[in-house]
Design a protein around this ligand. Structure first.
Ligand code: FAD
Ligand code: MLT
Ligand code: ZN
Length: 569
């Protein structure tokens, strides 16, 4: 282990017995049988509390999930039909017609692909295709008969040039963890999977610039950088499967955006292959380059509709030695907001995550997620906030965090809290937050919305949705509060059109009325392609369609996604 991380070792539990009097530690508890005990102090200030130091590997910090799609139950292939109806969440209203301009694959096509790629990279195996045709949520199912796995941009270029000339539609696929139906075919599009493009090309320790292929799994990059003393500027629950090319194509946000910013800031360069097979080298490694239009930004967040990303240059950050994670309980949403306000001021540059979940999310996790333990088990609180700090000066960071927590307790913003004392506790805190999507999946049907909203308004939507749905469904709110990103999820035993009709278009209209975005970080995919007007003007959408027409005149790249079909077919 080359690098290590120190975290505050004293796990504590804070009970604010007397709201406006000075803060007391009234009681302490072991968070798990394995956690080490700490000195008991019946009435002491937090600053006087004893802390230990634990040495942990930052790489072990997060619970990581490998979404093994092979293990998920397999779906029946659908017959290829012109009209494709779906019967669940948000897609019930989406009726997509197969573009008749597209060809279907024939034996000559297969011969060509085998000639340029070799048989191993031309996949027709039924089981592999079933997996690749199905998204992570098991909500979107295509009926592709072919998956290609090019190993480099040259092979991909030959594939796309051929597909374009034959008008064979394709869907780019990375780790297939996308949540809006963007990564799987709608009909019989050829799946182009990037998993074989998985080399790290270059890493510069001085600048922190990493250049790699698009198919590198995010967690592998995190591990690689850990050994070099660096971290990726993004992290998300799907890190064990998602690929950096998929992350950039969706402009993924994740758990640390509040600190490291969006991929539009950290991606320095890209290599992409256009629909006609042209390889475009924009693989700069400079932080500053004002020589005309910065075209790489077009491809960040374009969800495979403009090109396929093959190489990536990204700015990584030095790994800092002091990481602290607090899991706090708040009685109401206004306290969460005030806590965020205070955290930005009092923790400032060391704040690296500010996540929240409500009681409904916590309940789901505790019921459905293996290994989930409530760090604050004496009660179910209305809201929970996970705050992470990352800095380089352990005593300074600790002091700052403690002062912040004391203030939060004294001003009654926080009702209860625990601070991780070692990596196992840190992991168990993150497990709760990162495990919400899995818990929701296990609970049954889930209608998933990913919204950018003003923080002060955000939770009103959850409450209004609860009133609309009554006992018909469980409305759950969680997300990246520090970024103004709400994940509104409606959980029900099974998909039901009556529930969907209560949710949509209400959720989009509400978001639009509050000048929010109907996609904060997951993208539009198939789910929201036709809903784009809730967040973009018709002129903007028209301009997007014109750009798509220039780069992909035959519309073969990820059809039916992102842009309304009427504008591109
Ligand atoms: P895929 O799902 O394979 O593809 C996503 C889209 O990108 C598709 O439209 C696909 O066509 C396109 N694409 C993929 N690779 C390429 C390429 N090389 N070139 C061009 N287009 C390409 N998202 C967040 O933003 N924040 C989160 O915190 C977050 N947490 C998640 C947690 C879980 C448990 C899960 C299951 C998902 C989560 N997601 C999150 C959503 C998802 O993981 C991200 O969108 C991720 O970036 C997708 O990467 P992927 O490699 O799986 O892409
Ligand atoms: C998350 O923040 O957990 C992800 O975006 C996934 C989700 O919203 O379910
Ligand atoms: Zn998210």
């Amino acid at each position: 282990m080359v690098m290590y991380n120190r975290i505050t070792a004293a796990a504590y539990r804070l009970l604010n017995q007397n709201k406006h009097s000075s803060f007391k530690i009234a009681h302490q508890r072991q968070l798990s049988p394995n956690f080490s005990r700490y000195n008991r102090s019946s009435s002491t200030s937090l600053a006087g509390f004893r802390h230990h130091c634990a040495t942990v590997n930052l790489n072990q910090f997060h619970a990581s999930y490998r979404w093994d799609l092979q293990k998920l139950s397999l779906v029946q292939f659908q017959n290829l039909s012109l009209i494709h109806h779906r019967s669940f969440g948000s897609v019930a209203s989406t009726v997509v017609q197969r573009n008749p301009m597209f060809s279907t694959i024939n034996s000559d096509d297969l011969i060509y692909f085998e000639k340029i790629l070799g048989v191993k990279k031309v996949i027709q195996d039924h089981e592999e295709l079933q997996t690749a045709n199905t998204d992570w949520m098991h909500k979107y199912k295509g009926s592709s008969k072919l998956m290609l796995q090019p190993e480099n941009a040259t092979e991909l270029s030959q594939i796309l040039e051929y597909c374009n000339s034959r008008r064979l539609a394709v869907v780019p696929q990375g780790g297939n963890t996308g949540l809006v139906g963007g990564s799987v075919p709608v009909f019989d599009e050829i799946i182009i999977n990037t998993r074989r493009m998985n080399s790290i090309i270059f890493f510069d320790k001085v600048s922190g610039v990493l250049v790699c292929e698009a198919g590198c799994i995010l967690e592998n990059l995190i591990s690689f950088l850990d050994k070099e003393g660096f971290i990726m500027p993004l992290d998300l629950g799907a890190k064990g499967s998602c690929q950096i090319g998929g992350n950039i194509s969706t402009n993924a946000g994740g758990l640390r955006l509040v600190r490291y910013g969006s991929l539009h800031g950290t991606v320095l360069g890209l290599e992409v292959v256009l629909a006609n097979g042209s390889v475009i080298d924009m693989l700069g490694t400079l932080r500053k380059d004002n020589t005309g239009y910065d075209l790489k930004h077009l491809f960040i967040g374009s969800e495979g509709s403009l090109a396929i990303i093959t190489k990536v240059s990204i700015l990584t950050s030095p790994k800092l030695s002091s990481v602290n994670i607090a899991f706090l309980a708040c009685q109401d949403y206004i306290s969460c907001q005030k806590l965020l306000f205070q955290a930005k001021r009092r923790l400032g540059e060391i704040l690296s995550a500010f996540e929240f979940l409500d009681a409904q999310a916590m309940n789901l996790v505790l019921h459905h997620l293996d290994g989930a333990r409530n760090p604050l088990p004496s009660a179910i609180y209305n809201f929970y906030v996970l705050i992470e700090t990352t800095g380089s000066n352990e005593s300074n960071d600790k002091e700052k965090l403690e002062a912040f927590l004391v203030h939060a307790m004294e001003s009654s913003l926080v009702s209860d809290g625990a601070l991780a004392q070692d990596y196992s506790q840190a992991t168990s805190f993150w497990h709760i937050r990162e495990g919400i999507p899995e818990a929701l999946m296990k609970a049954g049907a889930v209608y998933k919305y990913d919204l950018s909203l003003p923080v002060e308004k955000m939770y009103d939507l959850v409450e209004e949705m609860r009133i609309r749905l009554g006992a018909a469904a469980n409305v759950v709110g969680y997300g990246h509060l520090g970024d103004g990103n709400l994940h509104l999820n409606v959980s029900a035993p099974q998909y039901d059109d009556a529930i969907l009709a209560q949710i949509e278009p209400f959720v989009y209209e509400w978001t639009s009325r509050h000048r929010g975005s109907i996609s904060a970080e997951h993208g539009l995919g198939l789910m929201k392609a036709e809903k784009i007007y809730y967040s973009k003007s018709s002129e903007t959408v028209q301009l997007m369609a014109s750009i798509k027409k220039i780069l992909d005149p035959n519309g073969i790249l990820n059809p039916y996604k992102v842009i309304p079909s009427s504008l591109v077919s």
